[in-house]
Design a protein around this ligand. Sequence first.
Ligand SMILES: Cc1cc2nc3c(=O)[nH]c(=O)nc-3n(C[C@H](O)[C@H](O)[C@H](O)COP(=O)(O)OP(=O)(O)OC[C@H]3O[C@@H](n4cnc5c(N)ncnc54)[C@H](O)[C@@H]3O)c2cc1C
Length: 332
Amino acid sequence: MKKVAIIGAGLSGLTLADQIADIAEVTLFEKFNQVSGRMATRKYEAYAFDHGAQFFTVKHPDFLAHINTLQAHGVVARWDARFVEVDGTYVKKSRAWEQSYPHYVGVPDMASVGQYLALKLLQRNVELHLNTEVKAIHKRDNQWCLTDTHNNALGSYDWVVTAIPAKQAATVLPNDFMHMQTLHGTQMLPCYALMLGFEQALNLTWDAAHITNAILSWVSVNSSKPERANGTCLVAMSRNQWAADHFNQPESWVVDALLHALSGIVGEQVLQAKVLQLKKWHYANAQKTALKEVLIDAKQQLASCGDWCISGRVESAFVSALQLSKSLRAVL
Ligand SMILES: Cc1cc2nc3c(=O)[nH]c(=O)nc-3n(C[C@H](O)[C@H](O)[C@H](O)COP(=O)(O)OP(=O)(O)OC[C@H]3O[C@@H](n4cnc5c(N)ncnc54)[C@H](O)[C@@H]3O)c2cc1C
């Protein structure tokens, strides 16, 4: 069997590994101490925050089948939030997600999805290396040799696939990767996520808010999601462009600005947060693209996938990996 290294254990890397593990010897590398990438959960004291993807929706039939399986295993559930649209600080529309198409979340937290998939892969003898950031790859004796950020050798492989944001893939893959221009040309915007944990319940009539005409774009009552056993939690997201415009500001300045905007929407009660944390996402959101091909370079035995091949959505991460796996299966 061909040896394939997959760089990145977010949903796209995990999905790709799952799709090719029967025909290749797969090794996954993940730079953090846990899998799941931007489908992320962070814990502080008694609070757990989904500080990356908030929920996801499903259109593609293969993704639907996958989500149905995860739902049957208790890893995914519907989040029937009370949803509002906020213009500035004014609630202009509200609706119950219960009455619309399903909005899904991981349970008991968003990172559970990746953790469950990783466990299934380990049971199939896929190798997973956490805390391992692949820095570079180079060719030796017709094999790709990987090295980490401490210049440790990570083994040699027939194929290397990146499942990481495009700009990061461009720093790892060699310049003559035939899709390098696409990697360089892909725009991904940053985002700030403010996490607030409270000792008391909040006085709110909604669970999730999409916000326009403000520096915030989204607020959710994380603790209103299904099977959240932790205390009352809020997650507030900045607009992507605002984060890009203020990316080098001191964290305390960013926290003050976001907190001020949040108190305009949620009220002064936000100032009583017991836990207040900020996450700065460098590559949060990709715009919709219309790539006409999967990013495979059969001659060099290199390939690339990730949400950004389609759009900055959980479903896109899955579909991009699925599409690439079909091309890879033909050449492995
Ligand atoms: C703040 C925020 C809010 C979002 N909200 C939503 C939402 O509500 N709905 C929705 O559908 N989508 C949302 N998204 C987008 C969604 O999270 C992504 O589309 C999806 O998780 C991307 O999966 P991926 O596998 O393509 O990439 P990632 O999840 O980014 O996975 C890449 C993985 O590779 C690892 N990695 C990177 N470089 C290296 C390296 N050199 N070596 C080893 N490992 C490496 C990373 O640590 C990461 O684990 C949101 C994202 C963010 C950040």
